[in-house]
Design a protein around this ligand. Structure first.
Ligand code: NDP
Ligand code: 8X3
Length: 256
């Protein structure tokens, strides 16, 4: 039987990309899921599919991670239904634009920090309340290679992902001696709606990011997240950095 069978797994940003693939991958392992995002219709459809296919409990909840009350409700509904949280996957995140610092828009900076940093801190704080009570749990943050190095036009987004790495590192110290694990999975280029969001719906520009090489898929990252979550309780995969074979740093080798 899978180590994840009947474990209660919360996933933010499960309406597309990596979060959606994580939901599928955890459901395949028999986990019970609480999935959140703003597009509730997508979550409802995913929940129906997963519960029919894998016979697992899936609770879809509308969640705006930038809204403190919405985060509180997400965690409290999860606890009402399942009583505890085994795994929190902090996946919801975005980039807005690739503007240089000289051209940064205030609203873009704010949205990225609200979504990628403040929300991660808030959700961890909320989930830790219940994890500390039972001295058990696992927080998995989706970082990025943008949390290790920077590029022109990436100052804001990279700063948020450096921030996610700092949060994970500090938490490991704070939780030392507890049975609560903290892990980061940090991908390189993954073909999802990420670039469409970054380039404000410009589909051509978004498509070009993934042309001429094989980018990672959401499923590749979901496999890593499930691997991390399914180690024995005394094993904490602290950091996993995953790039497409033809990406080094932010440089991509394209054959067309
Ligand atoms: P997608 O755009 O496909 O998915 C992003 C998810 O985040 C969506 O489900 C979206 O749901 C959710 N989200 C965004 N804002 C909010 C919000 N305010 N409240 C709740 N949910 C929100 O991109 P990815 O799957 O690629 O991104 C997932 C994570 O992976 C992000 O943290 C990203 O930074 C990271 N990452 C992505 C890489 C890539 O190349 N794609 C590489 C490295 C890291 P909705 O809009 O319905 O709310
Ligand atoms: C997303 C990867 O290279 O677009 O985190 O910053 S990148």
């Amino acid at each position: 039987m899978s180590r994840l069978s009947k474990k209660v797994v919360l996933i933010t940003g499960a309406s597309s990309g990596i979060g959606e693939a994580c939901a599928r991958a955890f459901a395949r392992e028999g986990a019970s899921l609480v999935i959140g995002a703003r597009r509730l219709e997508k979550l409802n459809a995913l929940a129906d599919t997963l519960s029919a296919e894998y016979h697992v409990r899936v609770l879809p909840l509308r969640l705006d991670v930038t809204d403190a009350e919405s985060c509180e409700q997400f965690i409290s509904h999860a606890l009402e239904q399942f009583r505890h949280i085994d795994v929190l996957v902090n996946n919801a995140g975005l980039a807005r634009g690739r503007d240089t610092v000289a051209n940064l828009q205030e609203s873009d900076m704010r949205e990225m920090f609200e979504t990628n940093v403040f929300a991660v801190l808030r959700l961890i704080r909320l989930a830790l309340g219940s994890m500390l009570k039972v001295d058990s749990g696992h927080i998995i943050n989706i970082g990025s290679v943008a949390g290790y190095a920077t590029y022109e036009g990436g100052a804001s987004y990279c700063a948020t992902k450096f921030g996610v790495r700092a949060i994970s590192e500090a938490l490991r110290f704070e939780l030392l001696g507890k049975n609560i694990r903290v892990s980061s999975v940090s991908p390189g280029l993954v073909e999802t709606e990420f670039s469409l969001t970054r380039f404000r719906g410009d589909a051509e520009k978004a498509k070009r990011v993934y042309e001429g090489y094989a980018p990672l898929t959401s499923e590749d990252i979901a496999e890593c997240v499930v691997f991390v979550a399914s180690r024995p309780p005394h094993v904490d995969v602290e950091e996993m950095i995953v790039r497409p074979i033809h990406q080094a740093g932010f440089k991509v080798h394209r054959t067309s």
